[in-house]
Design a protein around this ligand. Structure first.
Ligand SMILES: [Zn+2]
Length: 71
């Protein structure tokens, strides 16, 4: 019969692997949109950003963008 501590460790290992897989799946599903130099929100007419890597003016625009994003 297996030692209960070994079983607990095996179980922890399994949880860890499943957690990593879930993390990878989430990362693949939520890829960052491409920065275009200005706010990606369709409702926003803010001028172009100084930082070309910037995606949104702020969290409100990011929310607008994800609401409009086709699925
Ligand atoms: Zn904006």
């Amino acid at each position: 019969m297996s030692n209960p501590i070994d079983m607990a460790q095996a179980f922890d290992q399994l949880n860890l692997e499943q957690g990593l897989q879930a993390q990878k799946a989430r990362a693949a599903a939520t890829r960052r949109p491409t920065a275009v130099g200005h706010c990606l929100s369709p409702d926003c007419d803010a001028p172009a950003f100084d930082n070309p890597q910037r995606l949104f003016c702020g969290p409100a625009c990011e929310r607008d963008y994800s609401r409009h994003k086709p699925h």
